[in-house]
Design a protein around this ligand. Structure first.
Ligand code: LMR
Length: 329
């Protein structure tokens, strides 16, 4: 009898094993921008390469345009393993780490060259681990670009922003940035910005050319200023829980693929910064103003005290590392 049970168990194990091994890992990747944005294209490329190289082992499902979650909800979903990948702007991690506030300091990064220099440096790469004690792993930085500012009036001097309601991402540093010009910052999800601008719930916003164009903000803002006053950078994140559950060979291959895709996103973003700006100007739907160096300097002078307020939690060493990148870019 014992013999029969044992052999039956072996048979069941042999039948069950291949099924268990063949089970495809599904990665749900939720994000808030369009499929044509640098992040949207990065997600599509990631899916393509993963499904070629890890065919039958890993499948990627992409949910763009806040279809599944906005950025606040996606981080909770990530920790619950309801999604496995997301790429929110670094400004949205206030609750998980203060260090990534570095990317919100106004007029810190001279240009996208300095930004890429920092993110690829040893210091930048080690900063990716900042939210690990909260269960979030940073897999790589994905570029979007420099932020511009818009409203229904020309924003040429800091005084022009006084009293206006600006939509901001969920960052206390961005709040302080707008308070420094006596404006009224309002934290709001990306998916709500267009309607809030169109209906006058808010007067203005800050974002990159790619987001201004793809979400049509320029159609509901009379004036847009080329200010390049800050950066919008993403971090591709997963949860410790999911990542640690992956077989080693798959995690290693995914890491390699992410590196390749990350480099490609830089290309997409640099291209979008130019073509989307050109398209917005060409549309004639918003008047585009370019600040002179001295006009820009005035904004920088008024906003710069924000640095001192947050330098302690961000780390002076990180700010200095960016300044080093500014000097060589
Ligand atoms: C925003 O909320 O403005 C951005 O974070 C959207 C994005 O993902 O580019």
């Amino acid at each position: 009898m014992k013999k029969i049970i044992t052999s039956a168990l072996i048979t069941i194990t042999l039948i069950a094993s291949p099924i268990t091994l063949a089970k495809e890992i599904v990665i749900k990747f939720s994000h808030v921008t369009t499929e044509k944005s640098p992040k949207g294209k990065g997600a599509i490329l990631l899916k393509k390469i993963v499904e070629e190289r890890l065919k039958g082992k890993v499948r990627v499902e992409i949910y763009p345009n806040s279809q599944l979650y906005n950025d606040k909800a996606v981080l909770k979903a990530l920790l619950l393993n309801d999604v496995q990948l997301a790429a929110p702007t670094l400004s949205k991690f206030n609750k998980y780490t203060k260090k990534w506030g570095l990317f919100d300091l106004p007029f810190l990064f001279k240009n996208t060259g300095a930004l890429n220099c920092f993110t690829s440096s040893k210091k930048g790469q080690s900063l990716l681990n900042s939210a690990e004690n909260k269960g979030i792993i940073g897999l790589g930085y994905w570029l979007n670009g420099m932020k511009q500012i818009s409203a229904n009036r020309p924003l040429i001097t800091p005084d022009d922003a006084k009293g206006l309601k600006f939509r901001i991402m969920s960052s206390d540093i961005l709040k302080a940035q707008f308070e420094s010009v006596d404006a009224n910052p309002q934290k709001m999800a990306f998916s709500e910005v267009y309607n809030a601008l169109a209906t006058g719930v808010i007067d203005g916003q800050e974002n990159t050319w790619s987001n201004i164009r793809s979400k049509k903000f320029f159609e509901v803002q009379k004036d847009t200023t080329v200010s390049n006053h800050g950066v919008l950078e993403y971090v591709l994140v997963t949860s410790k829980r999911f990542w640690n559950s992956l077989p080693d060979d798959i995690a290693i291959e995914l890491e390699k693929i992410i590196k390749e895709v990350t480099a490609k996103v830089v290309e997409y973003a640099l291209d979008a910064a130019q073509t989307d700006m050109d398209a917005v100007i060409k549309s004639g739907k918003t008047n585009v103003h370019t600040l002179t160096d001295s006009q820009r300097q005035k904004w920088a002078n008024v906003m710069k005290p924000v640095w001192a307020k947050f330098a302690g939690e961000i780390g002076k060493d990180n700010i200095e590392a960016v300044q080093h990148c500014n000097a060589i870019n």
